[in-house]
Ligand binder design. Structure first.
Ligand code: EPZ
Length: 423
């Protein structure tokens, strides 16, 4: 088992290239199942999650091949025929996005048996929106033995799908399903996250008829068949946000390449309030840390364009050393505060009141052994470790490897003292 070790207190300086987006590449890979032609995805990150999903797709009949010599090149997904319509618990329990194959399987093969993903560390995460939406499109759905069994004899039919609230995954799945349904589907309260827009843009390149990408109403005219495409994955705004926060936390100065300020969304004004500098340059987004301690800054997570839940934990990392009290409210997931206990081990002063963490900034954090509890919690511990005096040792780094490509290499290259130890 690997551990990440950080000797804190070093400013970050230089340039970091932002990788392709994890939360875009996963649904894009799933979208490869919708066609019998080849889908080429460029600029893909090499992550544990993409490798896991490649195995799920292979079980369904896809050939997933990496091309190029290094990270950032690409993947080919080729599914001439679907050889199975069953996604087993073994895989779906490892990574929730595997559940999303339900949409393409039902759309293309008119049947699917997909394991329920179950709960996970950050909340219960039900799938009612997916199932109700697909049922509205004519799917016959039952849940038995932990599996969703869905059939759509004669194919899915266009329908109106009104989501009661915004769900990224349910939007991905219904959008993919609607592309091959008969007639028109209207999805209201659709997610507008950049990753959804990226998937929609790729589907359009595959021949899908979609209107309204990036808005709350998507209108899709189903087509008989989708074809192959060559698509470049959007950059990872969540990875970029974590690096921007790491720079602010160390009082450094780093240019993030491949991304602009708009991509950071609501993180950008929050970082400015905290005292960080963000300047667009020809080379990328130049981030500088506050002159002294960060200013306390409140945030509330919301669906896009609000403050991303995936950046809540990393932002809390920065606020641990703010000069005052910050209220951090999580409205998307009910249990996404597991990093609080671990930050406390480094000396942070945080109390929880329902969905809000009250972070009283301390002058300094001190290195300690800590444990990663989920993906975004793990990068928060990296940020806190970079700020802390002394050595921080992070265990369970497989969480980190799910979503951050070569993070210790990227941070070392800008002056962090961070390395991996294999025990
Ligand atoms: C996606 O998860 C992301 N995952 C998450 O990133 C991200 O935190 C989340 O969207 C919100 O932005 C990927 O893209 C792979 P949701 P998803 O459906 O689609 C509830 C990370 O760290 N809900 O938008 O699963 C749900 O429980 C991950 O990279 C239902 O109640 O999130 C949650 O409270 C973690 N019923 C809320 O909606 C449903 O049928 C929003 O979840 C569906 C969702």
């Amino acid at each position: 088992m690997d551990e990440i070790v950080i000797s804190g207190g070093h400013r970050l300086r230089g340039e970091i290239a932002v990788s392709g987006s994890k939360n875009a590449v996963l649904p894009l890979m799933v979208a490869g199942l919708l066609t019998d032609e080849e889908l080429i995805l460029r600029g893909t990150p090499r992550l544990a999650d993409t490798r896991t999903l490649a195995k799920v797709l292979a079980e369904l009949g896809a050939t997933v091949a990496e091309f190029g010599n290094g990270p950032g090149e690409g993947l080919n997904i080729d599914t001439p025929t679907l050889t199975s319509t069953r996604a087993s618990y073994e895989w779906v329990s490892k990574m929730r996005a595997s559940f999303w194959v339900l949409g393409p399987l039902l759309a293309r093969a008119h049947e699917a048996q997909v394991s329920l993903p179950g709960g996970c560390a950050i909340g219960t995460r039900p799938v009612d929106l997916y199932l109700n939406g697909l049922a509205a499109m004519g799917a016959d759905i039952s849940v038995e033995g932990g599996y969703v069994n869905a059939t759509a004899k004669g194919g899915l039919k266009g329908a109106r799908v009104d989501f009661p609230f915004v769900s990224v995954g349910a939007t991905h799945v219904l959008l993919m399903a609607a592309c091959l349904a008969k007639g028109e589907t209207v999805i209201t309260n659709a997610a507008t996250e950049p990753e959804v827009v990226d998937v929609g843009t790729c589907l359009q390149a595959m021949g899908a008829q979609i209107d309204g990408l990036g808005t709350r109403i998507l209108t899709i005219q189903g087509v008989e068949k989708l074809h192959g495409a060559d698509h470049t994955v959007t950059r990872d705004r969540i990875e970029a946000g974590a690096f921007a926060l790491a720079v602010a936390a160390t009082g450094g100065a780093v240019t993030l390449t491949g991304i602009d300020e708009a991509a950071l969304g609501a993180l950008a004004p929050a970082m400015r309030l905290a005292g960080a500098g963000l300047i667009e340059t020809d080379g990328g987004l130049h981030v500088t840390g506050p002159a002294g301690r960060p200013q306390p800054t409140p945030i509330t997570t919301e669906p896009y364009p609000g403050f991303a839940t995936d950046l809540q934990a990393p932002f809390m990392g920065l606020m641990c050393c703010a000069d005052g009290v910050s209220r951090i409210r999580e409205t998307i997931f009910e249990n996404r505060f597991m990093h609080v206990q671990e930050l406390a081990r480094l000396g942070a002063d945080i109390s929880l009141e329902g969905d809000t963490a009250i972070v009283t900034g301390v002058e300094k954090l001190y290195g300690a052994p800590v444990m990663a509890t989920d993906l975004r919690a793990s990068v928060t511990l990296v940020i806190a470790g970079l700020m802390a005096e002394g050595e921080t040792r992070i265990s369970r780094v497989y969480h980190l490897d799910r979503g951050y490509e070569r993070i210790e290499e990227k941070l070392s290259a800008v002056g962090a003292k961070i390395w991996r130890e294999t025990l």
